[in-house]
Write a protein that binds this ligand. Structure first.
Ligand code: AHR
Length: 493
């Protein structure tokens, strides 16, 4: 057991935590869309217009604020007209990046906007700057958001949607340094400027245009984009960083079968997100001291090798307490950098990579990562306050800070989230908060008997949230967080 004094300065708000930091990502990849989210209106699986009801309910429970679609690399080869109109007439195409399977386009623009309406979240479209055209992207926006009378809006009405939809978030390209066209940053910056010129805001709310950002620690990409595009033509600049336990893409590591050393290596690589954020933000601060351009971490999460027998292009993986802990580590970092971060999207929502939900036929399970999003939802829209979570170290050579934490205040409620990264030591927390007189406090914890614990279709509740006792000792709050666990303390005045 390690004792940690955790001090919060609740009376000094630092920055607003955009709800969108708790965003998600859904791609036409593997069984994320087909089977995972969309089963079709004729399916025996309970659905609303073809979208699984259990998935919608689960998304609503964590207050999913925003959903990115249709990719990923899939977006770099997506042509929106393929996915509108009568389903039986939709174009079948090859899924170029994800296993050369047939993309039926059964799920398209109308389905995506209906899904977002059911979830109650903002839609975030990833536009095609790789294999598409400026005209195509410009037409898509007109089709979706224009209220007037044009050929495109007539087509939308013919396809069953009278009113325009509201669209705020628009990505102009995806990974254009890779699957989106293998471009140099200078070339992409010029292309971005050309595309964005024709992305017109028709609705009440202006489009929030997001430029393709760096691959992890490619700081030169950010430097070029910030200097070439600046803070007038873009609202957001993205960055993608995946945690690969071994650090080697060709042999990443297994999602279930890992050693304690691999657990710590994964946490350590997840913590590299700190360096990535810090350095991209420093460059952005230099070119945009007013903080107009938001950093959008629109792909993040753990990426393992496919299991034997799985289609390697489907990126399906199980999710353990290790993933729960690293999710918490990342979300605490996003909160801490919320002055600059305007959105983040976990990859991906269902059945792909660090999914929050896994489905098998009619079955659905919530992963430890899902429960972490549930635990952290109180931060959405809150004001970040500083939280010092001590400097006790853990890991093979003590390279990891044992406790990752962040705190926020919203409507007089203090939310503190923390992950105990140690596999051996419980953390005995003694919490003090300046400027916050807690009359009542409660805590919920995500923990299990092993960092390898996970939920299965036979045992869906092996890892789930439970109440954790908090004692009040004058103005101090005390609780003990088990090893490899994530906790949320909520205090009320
Ligand atoms: O999330 C899986 C893939 O990872 C996305 O399609 C791509 O953008 C990234 O390389």
């Amino acid at each position: 057991m390690k004792h940690i004094d955790l001090h919060i300065q609740a009376d000094q708000p630092l920055s607003r935590i955009a709800p969108e930091i708790y965003g998600h990502f859904s791609e036409h990849l593997g069984t994320c869309m087909y089977g995972g989210i969309y089963v079709g209106a004729d399916s025996p699986i309970p659905n609303i217009n073809g979208v699984r009801k259990d998935v919608i309910d689960a998304f609503r429970q964590i207050r999913m604020p925003v959903l990115r679609w249709p990719g990923g690399c899939f977006a770099d080869d997506y042509h929106w007209r393929d996915g509108i109109g009568p389903r039986e007439q939709r174009r079948k195409r090859v899924s170029r990046y994800w296993g050369h399977i047939t993309e039926t386009n059964a799920f398209g623009t109308h389905d995506f906007f209906a899904l977002c309406e059911q979830i109650g979240c903002e839609p975030y479209l990833a536009g095609n700057l790789g294999s598409g055209t400026v005209q195509e992207l410009s037409d898509w926006i007109e089709y979706i958001t224009f209220d007037g009378d044009t050929d495109l809006t007539e087509l939308r009405r013919k396809n069953g949607r009278e009113q325009p939809w509201k669209l705020k978030y628009l990505g102009i390209g995806n990974e254009n340094w890779g699957c989106g066209g293998n471009m140099r940053p200078e070339y992409y910056a010029d292309e971005y400027k050309r595309y964005q010129s024709f992305c017109e805001s028709y609705g009440d709310e202006p489009l929030y245009k997001i430029a393709c950002g760096a691959n992890g620690d490619d700081f030169a990409w950010t430097e070029t984009l910030m200097s070439a595009v600046g803070n007038k033509l873009m609202n957001g600049l993205s960055v993608h960083y995946y945690t690969v336990p071994s650090g080697i893409w060709e042999k990443k590591g297994d999602c279930l079968d890992f050693t304690d050393a691999e657990y710590y290596a994964t946490v350590s690589r997840a913590l590299y997100m700190d360096t990535i954020l810090q350095r991209h933000i420093a460059i952005m601060d230099q070119y945009d001291p007013e903080g107009k351009v938001g950093l959008v971490v629109d792909e993040w999460g753990n990426w393992y090798d496919p299991a034997e027998g799985d289609n390697p292009h489907f990126l399906h993986q199980q999710s353990t307490m290790r993933d729960g802990v690293t999710a918490a580590v990342n979300l605490n970092l996003f909160n801490r950098y919320s002055k600059r971060i305007s959105m983040a999207n976990l990859a991906q929502a269902v059945n792909v990579l660090q999914a929050i939900l896994l489905t098998e036929g009619a079955g659905l399970i919530k992963t430890p990562t899902y429960h972490v999003f549930d635990l952290f939802k109180g931060h959405q829209g809150g004001m970040l306050v500083s939280a010092d979570c001590g400097d006790i170290r853990t890991g093979a050579d003590g390279e990891i800070q044992m406790l990752s934490c962040s705190a926020s205040v919203k409507d007089g409620v203090l939310t503190l989230t923390a992950a105990n990264c140690s596999l051996d030591d419980a953390a005995e927390l003694c919490i003090s908060a300046d400027g916050f007189a807690a009359a009542k406090a409660e805590a919920q914890v995500l923990s299990a008997d092993s960092c390898r614990a996970h939920n299965t279709f036979d045992k869906p509740d092996t890892v789930q949230l439970s109440a954790l006792p908090v004692t009040q000792d004058g103005s101090l709050l005390r609780l003990t967080v088990p090893p490899c666990a994530v906790v949320c303390v909520t205090a009320y005045t």
